[in-house]
Design a protein around this ligand. Structure first.
Ligand SMILES: [Zn+2]
Ligand SMILES: [Zn+2]
Ligand SMILES: [Zn+2]
Ligand SMILES: [Zn+2]
Length: 421
């Protein structure tokens, strides 16, 4: 009989305990803390909850001996503290503030309603709510990423003006470089780490398709859809960790002779490149200056000889070295063009193929005889120009968005290798 009463008492205590735990949980904690942790903090009142105490608490409530211990703690902490800021919600474990009032990175109070972080963790720019990630107190978007530098950035580049190193990537050639795909590619997000220089506005703007601007009538840029430019920059930056300003000087249906020094096109192209370099210098030091060249289709049509093409492209490269400080001349080898277009009826297919291959041979030989030249990719010749899947259905001999994305990725990666040498 006596034993029976004891058992009944124990049972009653257990029921009471269960009720008190349920009451605590229902106490309106709005934080996202997992419920088992909430129980522990309620039971142990001000003690910090960790997994060990948590497990012990759960285990002991399941044994008869444990019930007494835990039950005592509950009665010892009858007052439940509320958030020191709003006075309404339950504070998050270890903090005096509730989830709504607490800094997302520490236990302190966040700066103000609508903020995410406390003064120590928020970007020091008053208008910015982002977390400070660089040691100068700014978020990555606003502070210079250079260790020890306390400056705010002026641009989207990673560093302040005194710490930025900016490469200049000149994109030159004919229609496939100008932008002659079937449409503006989608998605078309600005390339991170690169901007495009525009001559008319003298601005560095986000780099997206279409690239370039119409200058001097038909001197620069006629076609304006997707081009290899953003893809090249994106691949270059991802593989090299560098930053770049893209300067676009291209025009459809141009032969190499139309790019030489002494022509209006050369003069305008150099003016634009110089203006771009000058503006880039205002935001950092200039790193590499490279040219990315995709041209030669019109010379295949025009039957330019291998020797003439090599001589003219060398002359163009040498003048760019002198006039804008070009370091390396990267070649995207031309694809089959005369051979693939339907409108070229003045020669046999075999002859047309030979015309393309003459230019290809010239472009392949240049890096072997002049170390300023670098072969970036042969993918147009070996794959894209012979596969209908990459041919723009609206423009014979031109690539699709899928095609220029592949060209850009190949060229950008090759260029990054060069930058690391
Ligand atoms: Zn609060
Ligand atoms: Zn904080
Ligand atoms: Zn910020
Ligand atoms: Zn800096």
């Amino acid at each position: 009989m006596k034993q029976h009463i004891i058992r009944l008492c124990v049972l009653l205590l257990a029921v009471l305990l269960c009720l008190s735990v349920v009451g605590c949980t229902a106490g309106g904690d709005t934080s996202s803390t997992p419920s088992h942790e909430t129980q522990t903090s309620a039971i142990h009142s001000s003690t910090t909850a960790d997994t060990t105490t948590d497990t012990t608490a759960v285990t002991t409530t399941n044994t008869t001996t444990g019930v007494n211990t835990t039950a005592t703690t509950v009665t010892a902490a009858p007052t439940k503290a509320l958030c020191a800021a709003c006075g309404k919600a339950t504070p998050v474990s270890g903090s005096a503030y509730c989830a709504g009032c607490k800094c997302a990175a520490c236990n302190d109070r966040k700066v103000a309603e609508g903020d995410k972080f406390c003064a120590k963790h928020a970007c020091v720019l008053p208008s910015c709510q982002e977390k400070a990630t660089v040691d100068n107190g700014y978020c990555a978007q606003h502070g210079c990423a250079q260790a020890g530098c306390a400056k705010q950035k002026e641009t989207d580049f990673a560093y302040c003006t005194s710490h930025n190193v900016i490469d200049i990537l000149i994109f030159a050639g004919q229609s496939n470089m100008a932008g002659a795909t079937e449409s503006i590619p989608y998605p078309n997000d600005p390339v991170k780490g690169a901007v495009e220089f525009r001559y008319l506005t003298n601005m560095l703007q986000p780099l997206t398709h279409p690239v370039g601007e119409v200058l001097g009538g038909d001197l620069l840029t006629g076609v304006n859809k997707g081009s290899p430019v953003p893809y090249t920059c994106d691949a270059y930056i991802k593989a090299s960790g560098r930053q770049a300003v893209a300067i676009h000087v291209a025009q459809g249906a141009t032969k190499i002779a139309e790019w030489l020094k002494g022509t209006d096109r050369y003069t305008l192209a150099v003016d634009k490149i110089k203006a771009g370099i000058k503006l880039a210098k205002q935001h950092g030091k200039i790193g590499h200056i490279y040219c990315v060249w995709l041209q030669g289709e019109s010379d295949a049509i025009d039957r330019t000889s291998k020797e003439t093409y090599m001589q003219r492209l060398t002359q163009f490269k040498n003048d760019l070295k002198k006039d804008v400080g070009l370091e390396k001349f990267g070649i995207i080898e031309v694809g089959y063009f005369a051979y693939t277009v339907d409108w070229l009826t003045d020669r046999t297919k075999e002859d047309a193929k030979q015309c393309d291959e003459t230019i290809m041979q010239a472009q392949e030989e240049l890096p072997k005889v002049d170390s300023d030249f670098v072969m970036l990719t042969q993918i147009c010749k070996t794959k894209l120009s012979l596969d209908n899947a990459y041919e723009n259905p609206l423009a014979d001999g031109h690539y699709t968005n899928k095609g220029v994305a592949i060209i850009g990725e190949e060229a950008g990666k090759a260029l990054a290798k060069l930058a690391k040498e």
